[in-house]
Ligand binder design. Structure first.
Ligand SMILES: Nc1nc2c(ncn2[C@@H]2O[C@H](COP(=O)(O)OP(=O)(O)O)[C@@H](O)[C@H]2O)c(=O)[nH]1
Ligand SMILES: [Mg+2]
Length: 307
């Protein structure tokens, strides 16, 4: 067993942090780490938190940590923000805010800086979750900071998705329209202490509470503490319900991951084959001279590669 894996399994936080950096940056060593820990994974449950910036995701996650610990979970937090560098003010601010809410050594928190295409971020996140899982964390809260497509991707990597709304961000209805209505298992109207929370709650219940999936809709306030315990209990309940077909779900996620990884390998191989294939540049010439159409050229090149 390589020392970093031994370290993280034995509870060494520095090894754990380093291993997450390695898989986050997709360094070559991540392959070895994943190979060695993979057999120990599959125990942790993951909950994603998504919603407009400023809705209170970081604050709420901070308050949920002790509640989830009280329910018996060993909690870790991952903040996924590919838009800003790891030393960026926003992330650091988030980290401090969360720490301020608990100041607890038992929790492990980490911002992930994984940049690049959405697929790359999912890969980093999956592997970071595996590392935490192998280290014995059995509840991983994932705050997503990115918007749009990335948030939807993250919901595919986690077991349960909490969507936050708040009365004082103008983009609620837009977010609802943007597809967040489909991904939530739990909808939360945070900042229930300020004006407009009641009407917003009613709007959300009307929009999504009554759909076939019947997601839970809750009100919380980080400021007053209202609803936080209920949220933790709802998460716990849903995770335990979901755990019935958790193996199925894991299998599906693994299949999806494998498909993407095989495609990546094939794509790289094809790029090498094309660069070495003399006929290929001849086809490009033919195309440029309009002697052949792109469909025909692609079919013939592909056929020559895989014959
Ligand atoms: N009044 C009120 N303010 C809150 C509440 N939750 C968070 N905030 C504030 O909203 C701002 C944004 O919170 P933050 O957790 O950074 O939101 P995020 O961008 O979704 O992570 C901060 O100033 C928080 O103190 C709440 O329940 N009530
Ligand atoms: Mg935040």
């Amino acid at each position: 067993m390589i020392p970093i894996v031994k370290g993280l399994i034995e509870g060494d936080r520095r090894s754990l942090a380093k291993a997450i950096s390695i898989v986050d940056n997709r360094e070559p060593e991540s392959r070895e780490i994943i190979r060695e820990i993979f057999g120990r994974t599959g125990k942790a449950k993951t909950v994603g938190f998504t919603g407009p910036g400023g809705a209170g995701k970081s604050s709420l996650v901070g308050r949920l940590i002790p509640e989830c610990q009280a329910l018996g979970y060993k909690v870790a937090v991952l903040a996924v923000d590919p838009t800003s560098p790891i030393t960026g003010g926003a992330i650091l601010g988030d980290r401090i805010r969360m720490l301020g809410n608990l100041g607890d050594e038992k929790v492990f928190m980490r911002s992930m800086a994984s940049r690049g295409a959405v697929g790359g971020v999912s890969k980093s996140l999956r592997n970071a979750i595996r590392v935490l899982d192998a280290a014995g964390y059995n509840l991983i809260l994932v705050e997503s900071v990115g918007a749009g497509q990335l948030e939807i991707e993250i919901t595919k990597v986690v077991d349960l998705t909490v969507v936050l709304f708040t009365p004082n961000t103008g983009d609620n209805v837009q977010a609802v329209k943007a597809g967040l209505t489909e991904v939530g298992d739990i909808y939360v109207v945070n900042k229930a202490d300020i004006d407009g929370a009641g009407p917003l709650y009613n709007t959300i219940v009307d929009l999504i509470g009554d759909t076939e999936r019947k997601p839970a809709v809750l009100k919380t306030s980080v400021k007053t503490g209202r609803g936080i315990k209920e949220l933790a209990q709802t998460i716990d309940k849903l995770l335990k319900e979901k755990s019935i077909n958790y193996k199925d779900r894991e299998r599906k996620m693994l299949e999806e991951e494998l498909k993407v990884m095989v495609s990546d390998i094939v794509e790289q191989k094809v790029a090498v084959m094309l660069s070495e294939n003399k006929k290929y540049s001849a086809f490009v010439d033919k195309l440029a001279r309009k002697e052949i159409d792109p469909y025909m050229a692609a079919e013939q090149v592909a056929a020559s590669l895989f014959k």
